[in-house]
Design a protein around this ligand. Structure first.
Ligand SMILES: *Cc1c(COP(=O)(O)O)cnc(C)c1O
Length: 361
């Protein structure tokens, strides 16, 4: 069987070495006589897996001592509610930058709990850029300032973080998790669903500065109270055991490749190949302003809906799948997360090049 190159925005590809290792350990994990799927989450053998995953994540992301790492369920979308419930409890205000659907969903959810202020938005141009921020517009006594660091649907990435002073910066990093080094100490909270870059769906990782814990509203559901999860080392209830195990294997894979610096280099190389092609093509063009381009999600279009559809169909037949853009944008989108090999991007670029030649009169 030939494996395809899967350009899906998520769930997305996992490294083949990880899948092979998981397959080899499927029935008997390291002599335990059981699959990781079958283990008690409170057993010694599982404890080594979850602690191992946390330690590797701390090492690779250089997470400071005063941050907790939580392995949760419910996806990034559940955090959209957990964040206001846990933190919108001082002034009851929070600031948001609307850079796409995910930021907007987080904002909408926060509106249910307090005064959510939109500081800037790039909706006027279909979220094709990251808006410039003016510090004077920020709410001085906000409980937090919220951004979506990499915008999966529109393909934008912040290359400069807002300077929020003492107001904790909270970022959704679902689609850029582990894609390059990040200075965790600049954030109050980082969180993301794992299914883009870290593990299969079912795991949500939250990295949270300790002093922010313990401020949740009375009505916060126990499962959404970050302090409860932190006090119980993510074992208040049954965690997503198997995705945490795969996460550990993915982290080992990244470490073996040289860590996040090496990952960044690899991702830049892949993205450059694709952007260079787009910049020189007469048929295809990227939809994002150059300075805000994502390393992970690359939306592009031709000038014709028919050509777009033909391209997507023929690419799929050639083993390059899930290249259709998000329904809100149209056109194409190639998500080239960590696990997409360089060869996959080479295959895509060469396919695009041939397609352009064949369809140009
Ligand atoms: C995919 C995605 C989400 C939604 O994640 P779920 O885990 O499905 O809730 C949120 N934010 C960003 C940036 C995403 O890419």
């Amino acid at each position: 069987m030939a494996r395809v190159y899967n350009f899906s925005a998520g769930p997305s590809m996992l490294p083949e070495v990880v899948l092979n290792k998981a397959a080899a350990e499927m029935l008997d994990y390291q002599g335990s006589g059981q699959s990781v799927m079958e283990m008690s989450h409170r057993s010694k053998v599982y404890d080594e897996i979850i602690k191992g995953a946390e330690n590797l994540l701390r090492e690779l992301m250089n997470i400071p001592e005063n941050y907790k790492v939580l392995f949760l369920q419910g996806g990034a979308s559940t955090q959209f509610a957990a964040i206001p419930l846990n933190f919108m409890n001082g002034s009851g205000k929070a600031d948001f930058v609307i850079t796409g659907q995910w930021a907007n969903k987080a904002y909408k959810e926060a509106c249910k709990y307090g005064e959510a202020n939109v500081i800037a938005s790039s909706k006027d141009k279909t979220f094709s850029y990251i808006p410039k921020l003016n510090k004077d517009d920020f709410t001085k006594d906000a409980d937090y300032f919220y951004i979506c660091l990499n915008n999966t649907i529109y393909g934008t990435l912040y290359n400069e973080l807002p300077d929020t002073g003492d107001v904790p910066l909270i970022a959704d990093i679902s689609s850029c998790f582990l894609s390059e080094p990040i200075d965790v100490s600049k954030f109050g909270v980082l969180f993301g669903g794992a299914q883009k870059n870290v593990a299969p769906a079912g795991l949500t990782i939250v990295i949270i500065r300790e002093d922010l814990l313990g401020k949740a509203r009375e009505i916060t559901p126990t499962m959404l109270d970050y302090k409860v999860q932190a006090d119980n080392d993510s074992l208040y209830n049954t965690p997503p055991c198997y995705p945490i195990y795969i996460c550990k294997l993915v982290l080992e894979w990244i470490k073996n490749l040289g860590g996040l610096e090496a990952m960044k280099e690899r991702n830049e190389k892949k993205a450059k190949m694709l952007y260079d092609f787009l910049d020189n093509s007469k048929m295809f063009r990227g939809t994002v302003v150059k300075e805000d381009r994502s390393l992970m999600n690359v939306p592009f279009v031709t000038d014709s809906d028919e050509l777009n559809a033909k391209f997507i169909k023929e690419a799929e037949a050639a083993g390059l799948i899930n290249l259709k853009g998000h329904r809100s944008v149209g056109g194409m989108r190639a998500s080239i997360y960590n696990a997409m090999p360089v060869e996959g991007v080479e295959a895509l670029v060469s396919f695009m090049d041939n397609f352009e030649k064949e369809n140009t009169k």
